[in-house]
Design a protein around this ligand. Structure first.
Ligand code: HEC
Length: 202
C-alpha cells in the first residue's frame, strides 16, 4: 500500500467512528438522560418512616480526607475508631469546586477501618486493617429544617454487620460538637486538604 492510500484508509476509519458516535448519541433514548438526572438526585435514600438507608456506591465518590484517631492514643477506645475515610457525593463536590460552599443536599460519608498493623517495610506507623463502621451527615433544608444548620447525622454502627438503616441521631449527640468546632458550615473542613484545594481561590 502506498503512503497516500494508507492515509485514506486511516481517515476513512476515523470518519466511520465519528459517524457511529453521532448515530449512537442521537439514538440514545430520552429516558437514559432522565435516569442520569435521577442518579444526581438520589445520592442517598430514605425508608418510608424517615430512616436513612445504608448508602451504596460511595467508595467511588470523591475522597476528601483521612483523619485517624487510633484506639491506642485514645485510652483504648476512640469515639470513632480508627481510620476515617471521608467521601463527598459527586454533585456536591462539583458544586464545592465552583463555589466553595456545601450545597443543600450535600452528603458526607465517613467510613471507619481498624488499624491493621503498626509496622510495614516502609517503617513504623498506622496501616489500614478492616472496615468496621460507617457514619453519614447530610444537609437538607427541607427534610432537616429543625436541625441547626439543617445538618443531620446518622450512625450505622462501629461493628460489622452494619445496620441496614439508621434514624437521625439526637442533635446533642452529633450536631452540637460539629456546630461548635467545625471550621466551615458544620464540616471539619480544616482536616480535608482535597476540599481546601478544590475551592475557588479568592
Ligand atoms: C465531640 C465532637 C464530635 C461529636 C460528638 C461528633 N463528631 Fe463527627 N466529627 C468530629 C470531628 C473532629 C470530625 C473530623 C475529624 C475526625 O474524623 O476525627 C468529625 C467528622 C465527621 C464526619 C465527616 C464529615 C464532617 O463533618 O467533617 C461525619 C459524617 C461525622 N463526623 C458524623 C458524626 C456522627 C454521626 C456523630 C454522632 C453519632 C458525630 N459525628 C458526633 C467531631 C464530633
Amino acid at each position: 500500500m502506498s503512503g497516500l492510500n494508507r492515509v485514506w484508509v486511516v481517515s476513512g476509519a476515523t470518519a466511520a467512528g465519528v459517524l457511529a458516535f453521532f448515530l449512537w448519541s442521537a439514538a440514545r433514548p430520552a429516558s437514559a438522560h432522565a435516569a442520569d438526572k435521577m442518579i444526581d438526585k438520589a445520592a442517598v435514600k430514605f425508608t418510608e418512616d424517615g430512616k436513612l438507608k445504608k448508602p451504596t456506591g460511595y467508595r467511588m465518590w470523591p475522597f476528601i480526607g483521612t483523619p485517624i484517631t487510633p484506639n491506642d492514643m485514645n485510652d483504648g477506645e476512640a469515639a470513632f475508631p480508627e481510620f476515617h475515610i471521608v467521601y463527598m457525593d459527586p454533585d456536591s463536590f462539583a458544586h464545592y469546586e465552583k463555589t466553595g460552599e456545601y450545597r443543600d443536599g450535600t452528603v458526607l460519608v465517613k467510613e471507619l477501618t481498624s488499624v491493621g498493623s503498626k509496622e510495614a517495610t516502609s517503617g513504623k506507623g498506622y496501616f489500614m486493617g478492616e472496615y468496621i463502621g460507617l457514619e453519614v451527615s447530610m444537609k437538607d433544608s427541607k427534610r432537616f429544617k429543625d436541625e441547626p444548620g439543617n445538618w443531620a447525622y446518622f450512625s450505622f454502627g462501629h461493628k460489622y454487620p452494619l445496620k441496614e438503616s439508621a434514624p437521625k441521631a439526637a442533635t446533642a449527640s452529633c450536631n452540637e460538637c460539629h456546630q461548635q468546632n467545625a471550621k466551615k458550615d458544620y464540616v471539619f473542613t480544616q482536616y480535608y486538604p482535597v476540599l481546601r484545594d478544590a475551592a475557588p481561590k479568592k
